[in-house]
Write a protein that binds this ligand. Sequence first.
Ligand code: SF4
Length: 233
Amino acid sequence: MAFDFIPWNHLIYIIGEITVIVILGALVISFILVIISLYSIRQKKLYFPKLIKSGLVFLEGLMKAMFRFLGLEDREMLSFFIKLHNSMNEPEFTRIPVTERAIFMPQCLRSSQCPAHLTPEGLKCRNCGQCTIGETRVLLEQLGYKIFIVPGSSFIKRMVKKYRPKAIIGVGCLAEVKEGIDMADKMGLVVMGIVTLKEGCVETIVNWADLYEVATLGIDPASIPEDLHTLAD
Ligand code: SF4
């Protein structure tokens, strides 16, 4: 009995056509999203953040390759992703009470002469006055935040499991913040990232005004300690 190959050939042809259409569609959509993203970066304003974020979920690899092809440096790309993420998370973060939020700062922000010791809950700051962490930590705790000064992401995971905050603010270098955001996303936390101004392992610098701006989101200005306003300057 002769086997009829014609329907099979037809089916393979259709599958081939669909594959080509899907690939072309992904390329075109990625290209459009990359152009919107680049325009947003140049204008320092986010356009269609939800659209870009959805695109990144499905087409991250392709979009990253296009960003590189179009000359965007990895640092710019990471910085854009973090801004995008923050802008998407801001409404939800704003709704979460401050008592259910935590801030994770990297231990590299402290003075190189820091006398604090590392404990299972991170560095226990003694407010010795040798760096700005001490004073800032006290003010943010007065506002209702739980503050942790940690050497790495394993501490963040442990503290999140122990204290169960609903939202966190992560301070760190670009790569750390991106890694922290991915980790917090997987853990179902609302996360906002603050990137340090100077990277490295010792005496890094953060713009406290950036932290102030995020930390006070959704908080009644009347309940913000007077001294905390100095962070915004
Ligand atoms: S203020 Fe705290 S973190 Fe900064 S150096 Fe002193 S003990 Fe260390």
